[in-house]
Design a protein around this ligand. Structure first.
Ligand SMILES: Nc1nc2c(ncn2[C@@H]2O[C@H](COP(=O)(O)OP(=O)(O)O)[C@@H](O)[C@H]2O)c(=O)[nH]1
Ligand SMILES: [Mg+2]
Length: 254
Protein backbone atom coordinates (compact mmCIF):
# COMPACT_ATOMS: atom_id res chain seq x y z
CA UNK A 1 0.00 0.00 0.00
CA UNK A 2 1.33 3.42 -0.95
CA UNK A 3 -0.20 6.89 -0.77
CA UNK A 4 -1.42 6.26 -4.28
CA UNK A 5 -3.27 3.09 -3.31
CA UNK A 6 -2.76 -0.64 -3.64
CA UNK A 7 -0.25 -1.99 -6.13
CA UNK A 8 -1.13 -4.64 -8.71
CA UNK A 9 1.69 -6.18 -10.75
CA UNK A 10 0.35 -7.60 -14.02
CA UNK A 11 2.54 -10.46 -15.30
CA UNK A 12 1.68 -11.75 -18.78
CA UNK A 13 2.70 -15.33 -19.43
CA UNK A 14 3.01 -17.61 -22.38
CA UNK A 15 5.01 -20.78 -21.70
CA UNK A 16 6.80 -19.49 -18.62
CA UNK A 17 6.43 -22.56 -16.44
CA UNK A 18 10.12 -22.66 -15.53
CA UNK A 19 10.19 -18.98 -14.57
CA UNK A 20 6.94 -18.27 -12.76
CA UNK A 21 7.65 -19.49 -9.24
CA UNK A 22 11.00 -17.79 -9.06
CA UNK A 23 9.74 -14.41 -10.29
CA UNK A 24 6.72 -14.42 -7.96
CA UNK A 25 8.92 -15.38 -4.99
CA UNK A 26 11.37 -12.57 -5.74
CA UNK A 27 8.52 -10.11 -6.16
CA UNK A 28 7.00 -11.09 -2.87
CA UNK A 29 10.34 -10.55 -1.10
CA UNK A 30 10.97 -7.22 -2.83
CA UNK A 31 7.49 -5.66 -2.46
CA UNK A 32 5.57 -7.72 0.10
CA UNK A 33 2.41 -5.58 -0.14
CA UNK A 34 2.00 -5.88 -3.90
CA UNK A 35 -0.67 -8.07 -5.40
CA UNK A 36 -0.10 -9.99 -8.61
CA UNK A 37 -2.29 -10.82 -11.58
CA UNK A 38 -0.88 -13.48 -13.90
CA UNK A 39 -2.48 -13.16 -17.35
CA UNK A 40 -1.99 -16.46 -19.12
CA UNK A 41 -2.99 -17.14 -22.72
CA UNK A 42 -3.63 -20.88 -22.25
CA UNK A 43 0.08 -21.72 -22.34
CA UNK A 44 0.55 -25.24 -23.70
CA UNK A 45 3.29 -25.91 -21.12
CA UNK A 46 0.84 -25.63 -18.21
CA UNK A 47 1.88 -22.20 -16.90
CA UNK A 48 -1.79 -21.40 -16.23
CA UNK A 49 -2.25 -24.49 -14.08
CA UNK A 50 0.92 -23.74 -12.13
CA UNK A 51 -0.30 -20.17 -11.62
CA UNK A 52 -3.56 -21.54 -10.20
CA UNK A 53 -1.62 -23.72 -7.77
CA UNK A 54 0.41 -20.73 -6.60
CA UNK A 55 -2.75 -18.60 -6.34
CA UNK A 56 -4.42 -21.26 -4.20
CA UNK A 57 -1.52 -21.05 -1.74
CA UNK A 58 -0.93 -17.28 -1.87
CA UNK A 59 -3.76 -14.87 -1.32
CA UNK A 60 -2.02 -12.00 -3.08
CA UNK A 61 -1.77 -13.89 -6.40
CA UNK A 62 -4.64 -14.18 -8.88
CA UNK A 63 -4.89 -15.55 -12.39
CA UNK A 64 -6.68 -14.37 -15.50
CA UNK A 65 -6.98 -17.08 -18.15
CA UNK A 66 -7.45 -16.17 -21.77
CA UNK A 67 -8.63 -18.67 -24.34
CA UNK A 68 -5.85 -18.23 -26.86
CA UNK A 69 -2.54 -16.51 -27.53
CA UNK A 70 -3.62 -13.09 -28.62
CA UNK A 71 -0.53 -10.97 -28.15
CA UNK A 72 1.08 -9.15 -25.27
CA UNK A 73 -0.89 -5.94 -25.86
CA UNK A 74 -4.28 -7.56 -25.56
CA UNK A 75 -3.18 -9.56 -22.52
CA UNK A 76 -2.21 -6.30 -20.83
CA UNK A 77 -5.47 -4.58 -21.80
CA UNK A 78 -7.38 -7.43 -20.14
CA UNK A 79 -5.13 -7.14 -17.08
CA UNK A 80 -5.59 -3.36 -16.90
CA UNK A 81 -9.37 -3.64 -17.06
CA UNK A 82 -9.26 -6.18 -14.26
CA UNK A 83 -7.01 -3.89 -12.19
CA UNK A 84 -9.23 -0.84 -12.67
CA UNK A 85 -12.35 -2.85 -11.85
CA UNK A 86 -10.73 -4.05 -8.63
CA UNK A 87 -9.80 -0.50 -7.55
CA UNK A 88 -5.99 -0.68 -7.51
CA UNK A 89 -4.19 2.68 -7.36
CA UNK A 90 -1.01 1.60 -9.16
CA UNK A 91 -0.64 -0.86 -12.01
CA UNK A 92 2.76 -2.34 -12.85
CA UNK A 93 3.87 -4.20 -15.99
CA UNK A 94 6.53 -6.86 -15.47
CA UNK A 95 7.73 -9.78 -17.61
CA UNK A 96 7.66 -13.28 -16.15
CA UNK A 97 11.06 -14.36 -17.40
CA UNK A 98 13.29 -12.58 -14.88
CA UNK A 99 14.47 -9.87 -17.28
CA UNK A 100 12.82 -7.26 -15.06
CA UNK A 101 14.30 -7.54 -11.58
CA UNK A 102 11.58 -7.27 -8.90
CA UNK A 103 14.31 -5.87 -6.61
CA UNK A 104 14.20 -2.69 -8.73
CA UNK A 105 10.45 -2.20 -8.35
CA UNK A 106 10.64 -0.08 -5.15
CA UNK A 107 12.65 2.47 -7.14
CA UNK A 108 10.01 2.61 -9.89
CA UNK A 109 7.25 2.99 -7.31
CA UNK A 110 9.20 5.74 -5.56
CA UNK A 111 9.50 7.68 -8.82
CA UNK A 112 5.75 7.39 -9.36
CA UNK A 113 5.23 9.76 -6.42
CA UNK A 114 6.24 12.55 -8.82
CA UNK A 115 5.11 11.10 -12.14
CA UNK A 116 2.08 9.64 -13.84
CA UNK A 117 3.96 6.92 -15.69
CA UNK A 118 7.40 5.57 -14.77
CA UNK A 119 9.35 3.68 -17.41
CA UNK A 120 12.09 1.27 -16.41
CA UNK A 121 14.65 2.34 -18.98
CA UNK A 122 17.60 0.49 -20.48
CA UNK A 123 18.67 3.44 -22.55
CA UNK A 124 19.16 6.27 -20.05
CA UNK A 125 22.37 6.89 -18.09
CA UNK A 126 22.76 4.10 -15.56
CA UNK A 127 20.56 1.68 -17.54
CA UNK A 128 22.12 -1.63 -18.59
CA UNK A 129 21.41 -4.70 -20.65
CA UNK A 130 23.07 -7.97 -19.69
CA UNK A 131 23.54 -10.97 -21.97
CA UNK A 132 21.36 -9.88 -24.85
CA UNK A 133 22.48 -11.04 -28.28
CA UNK A 134 23.73 -8.26 -30.56
CA UNK A 135 20.72 -8.55 -32.88
CA UNK A 136 18.35 -7.80 -29.98
CA UNK A 137 20.45 -4.82 -28.89
CA UNK A 138 20.41 -3.46 -32.43
CA UNK A 139 16.66 -4.06 -32.74
CA UNK A 140 15.89 -2.29 -29.46
CA UNK A 141 18.16 0.70 -30.12
CA UNK A 142 16.90 0.98 -33.70
CA UNK A 143 13.24 0.70 -32.71
CA UNK A 144 13.66 3.36 -30.03
CA UNK A 145 15.51 5.72 -32.34
CA UNK A 146 12.85 5.32 -35.03
CA UNK A 147 10.08 5.87 -32.47
CA UNK A 148 11.75 8.97 -31.05
CA UNK A 149 12.19 10.53 -34.47
CA UNK A 150 8.81 9.54 -35.93
CA UNK A 151 6.76 10.52 -32.89
CA UNK A 152 9.02 13.39 -31.78
CA UNK A 153 8.67 12.01 -28.30
CA UNK A 154 11.58 12.59 -25.89
CA UNK A 155 11.59 9.06 -24.50
CA UNK A 156 14.73 6.87 -24.64
CA UNK A 157 13.08 3.50 -24.00
CA UNK A 158 9.52 3.49 -25.28
CA UNK A 159 9.53 -0.23 -26.07
CA UNK A 160 10.40 -1.57 -22.64
CA UNK A 161 7.86 -3.46 -20.58
CA UNK A 162 8.84 -2.68 -16.99
CA UNK A 163 6.61 0.20 -15.94
CA UNK A 164 4.40 1.65 -13.25
CA UNK A 165 1.21 3.55 -14.08
CA UNK A 166 -1.07 5.59 -11.87
CA UNK A 167 -4.39 3.83 -12.29
CA UNK A 168 -6.12 7.20 -12.72
CA UNK A 169 -4.08 7.76 -15.87
CA UNK A 170 -5.13 4.40 -17.32
CA UNK A 171 -8.71 5.34 -16.52
CA UNK A 172 -8.47 8.36 -18.81
CA UNK A 173 -7.49 6.20 -21.81
CA UNK A 174 -10.02 4.59 -24.10
CA UNK A 175 -8.64 1.09 -23.75
CA UNK A 176 -11.17 -0.09 -26.37
CA UNK A 177 -9.32 1.95 -28.96
CA UNK A 178 -5.94 0.33 -28.26
CA UNK A 179 -5.68 -2.27 -30.99
CA UNK A 180 -1.92 -2.89 -30.81
CA UNK A 181 -1.46 -6.60 -30.40
CA UNK A 182 2.23 -7.20 -29.95
CA UNK A 183 5.07 -5.35 -28.29
CA UNK A 184 4.23 -2.04 -30.01
CA UNK A 185 1.54 -1.85 -27.36
CA UNK A 186 4.26 -0.41 -25.14
CA UNK A 187 4.93 2.44 -27.55
CA UNK A 188 1.21 2.94 -28.06
CA UNK A 189 0.52 3.51 -24.36
CA UNK A 190 3.44 5.81 -23.65
CA UNK A 191 2.55 7.83 -26.76
CA UNK A 192 -1.08 8.24 -25.66
CA UNK A 193 -0.09 9.21 -22.13
CA UNK A 194 2.65 11.63 -23.20
CA UNK A 195 0.41 13.27 -25.83
CA UNK A 196 -2.28 13.79 -23.20
CA UNK A 197 0.24 15.88 -21.23
CA UNK A 198 0.92 13.52 -18.33
CA UNK A 199 4.34 13.31 -16.65
CA UNK A 200 6.42 10.46 -18.03
CA UNK A 201 9.67 9.71 -16.18
CA UNK A 202 12.41 7.20 -17.04
CA UNK A 203 14.44 5.48 -14.35
CA UNK A 204 17.44 3.30 -15.20
CA UNK A 205 17.10 -0.47 -14.89
CA UNK A 206 19.36 -3.42 -15.51
CA UNK A 207 17.66 -5.74 -17.99
CA UNK A 208 19.01 -9.29 -18.04
CA UNK A 209 18.21 -11.76 -20.80
CA UNK A 210 16.07 -14.70 -19.77
CA UNK A 211 17.90 -17.84 -18.60
CA UNK A 212 15.03 -20.27 -19.14
CA UNK A 213 12.35 -20.67 -21.79
CA UNK A 214 12.07 -18.95 -25.12
CA UNK A 215 11.49 -15.40 -26.27
CA UNK A 216 8.19 -14.78 -28.07
CA UNK A 217 9.64 -11.97 -30.17
CA UNK A 218 8.87 -12.62 -33.85
CA UNK A 219 8.99 -11.08 -37.31
CA UNK A 220 5.29 -10.30 -37.23
CA UNK A 221 5.70 -8.40 -33.94
CA UNK A 222 8.46 -6.29 -35.52
CA UNK A 223 6.39 -5.68 -38.66
CA UNK A 224 3.34 -4.59 -36.67
CA UNK A 225 5.49 -2.16 -34.66
CA UNK A 226 7.04 -0.75 -37.82
CA UNK A 227 3.79 0.00 -39.62
CA UNK A 228 1.99 1.30 -36.57
CA UNK A 229 4.81 3.65 -35.48
CA UNK A 230 5.08 4.91 -39.07
CA UNK A 231 1.34 5.54 -39.21
CA UNK A 232 1.24 7.27 -35.83
CA UNK A 233 4.21 9.39 -36.84
CA UNK A 234 2.72 10.46 -40.18
CA UNK A 235 -0.68 11.24 -38.74
CA UNK A 236 0.77 13.42 -35.98
CA UNK A 237 3.06 15.52 -38.24
CA UNK A 238 2.31 19.25 -38.22
CA UNK A 239 -0.06 19.90 -41.07
CA UNK A 240 -1.51 16.39 -41.06
CA UNK A 241 -4.56 17.48 -39.09
CA UNK A 242 -4.96 20.53 -41.33
CA UNK A 243 -4.69 18.38 -44.46
CA UNK A 244 -7.34 16.06 -43.05
CA UNK A 245 -9.63 19.00 -42.32
CA UNK A 246 -9.16 20.39 -45.84
CA UNK A 247 -9.79 16.97 -47.38
CA UNK A 248 -12.99 16.68 -45.35
CA UNK A 249 -14.17 20.05 -46.67
CA UNK A 250 -13.32 19.36 -50.31
CA UNK A 251 -16.42 18.15 -52.18
CA UNK A 252 -16.10 14.66 -53.66
CA UNK A 253 -15.06 14.54 -57.29
CA UNK A 254 -12.97 17.72 -57.21
N1 LIG B 1 -0.32 -13.61 -22.06
C1 LIG B 1 0.62 -13.41 -22.99
N2 LIG B 1 1.89 -13.19 -22.61
C2 LIG B 1 2.83 -13.00 -23.58
C3 LIG B 1 2.54 -13.04 -24.96
N3 LIG B 1 3.68 -12.80 -25.67
C4 LIG B 1 4.66 -12.64 -24.73
N4 LIG B 1 4.16 -12.77 -23.48
C5 LIG B 1 4.87 -12.60 -22.18
O1 LIG B 1 5.43 -11.31 -22.21
C6 LIG B 1 6.68 -11.28 -21.55
C7 LIG B 1 7.76 -10.79 -22.53
O2 LIG B 1 7.94 -11.72 -23.57
P1 LIG B 1 9.37 -12.29 -24.01
O3 LIG B 1 9.14 -13.47 -24.86
O4 LIG B 1 10.24 -12.48 -22.81
O5 LIG B 1 9.90 -11.11 -24.91
P2 LIG B 1 11.39 -10.53 -25.02
O6 LIG B 1 11.88 -10.29 -23.62
O7 LIG B 1 11.24 -9.26 -25.80
O8 LIG B 1 12.19 -11.57 -25.73
C8 LIG B 1 6.92 -12.70 -21.03
O9 LIG B 1 6.46 -12.78 -19.70
C9 LIG B 1 6.04 -13.54 -21.98
O10 LIG B 1 5.63 -14.77 -21.42
C10 LIG B 1 1.17 -13.28 -25.34
O11 LIG B 1 0.80 -13.33 -26.52
N5 LIG B 1 0.27 -13.46 -24.33
MG1 LIG C 1 11.90 -11.56 -22.13
Amino acid sequence: MTELGRVLVVVPTYNERDNLESILGRLRAAVPDAHVLVVDDSSPDGTGKLAEEIAAAEECVQVLHRAEKNGLGQAYIAGFRWALGAGYGIVVEMDADGSHAPEELPRLLGALQHADLVLGSRWVRGGRVVNWPVRRLVLSRGANLYTRVMLRMPVRDATGGYRAYRADVLRTLSLDEVSSQGYCFQVDLVRRIWQAGFRVVEVPITFADRERGQSKMSGSIVREALWRVTLWGLSSRPGAARRRAIAARTPAGT
